[in-house]
Design a protein around this ligand. Sequence first.
Ligand SMILES: C[S@@+](CC[C@H](N)C(=O)[O-])C[C@H]1O[C@@H](n2cnc3c(N)ncnc32)[C@H](O)[C@@H]1O
Length: 274
Amino acid sequence: MKDKLIAQHYESGKLLENILKGLEASGKDVHHLKVGDLAPVDEFHIRGRESTVEVANLAGFSAGERVLDVGCGLGGSARYLASEWGVVVSGIDLTTEFVEVGQQLNELVGMGDSVELQVASALELPFEDEVFDVVWTEHVQMNIEDKSRFYSELARVLRPGGRLVFHDIFMGEGGAVVFPVPWANDDSISFLIGVDEVRSLIETIGFECLARKDQSDESNKWFLRMLKNLDESGPRPFGLHLLLGEGARQKFGNIQLNLAEGRICAVQGVFKKI
Ligand SMILES: C[S@@+](CC[C@H](N)C(=O)[O-])C[C@H]1O[C@@H](n2cnc3c(N)ncnc32)[C@H](O)[C@@H]1O
């Protein structure tokens, strides 16, 4: 199991402090924050809040539905879904620091009672069978070698007719991934497979595809804009680089390169459990 290596990869030990400093430096009053104020940092995936809104619209939700965010990170998408769609969200993540900081961010925006985050592995979810209407996951399975166990575990906690919703990075046809990237410094914790392979695995487990959208071009453009801003003006006080540390510029640059050369692709999907 690579759990320890994965958590070590994401942990910095001073994330909350850096987030609070970044918020203040960008002119936010930390005692009067809105959920959206945190989006530059708490949406740790390609195209940030923009893609979360797109995927949520692709999936559609009814108020009161029970949603599990698997590999929730700091809980940005969980807070967005709960506040904008009125769903009840639980989140789990392997990285203790992310969960603890996520819980503090919940408190800061007054969502301590509506979004519950806990430390757990996606491969051993601490929930009974068939208790969720939706399982949501963004940019997590790249770190998981046993894809069959991952998607089977998601299926287990989903009720029949429930939806599996993802926004993820898959292997492209352009050759091996250039490291380091935000999810791994080398291939010891990076396990990409092709999107068609994932689709057939998910269908074999017992889902049917409702929607699938390849957003690789949009993602590449987004990174080109981000890198241009970064190189012209330097990092903003409050942005994803706070999660990536000193190698942030190289990791962003490599994701863009991997997208541009078709080494990876970014795909959104909605599947229904049969
Ligand atoms: C790139 S971050 C994405 C976080 C969040 N989904 C988001 O989009 O903001 C990847 C996350 O996956 C989590 N992760 C990786 N492997 C995991 C596993 N086996 N179980 C639970 N979480 C895992 C990491 O701890 C990290 O928080």
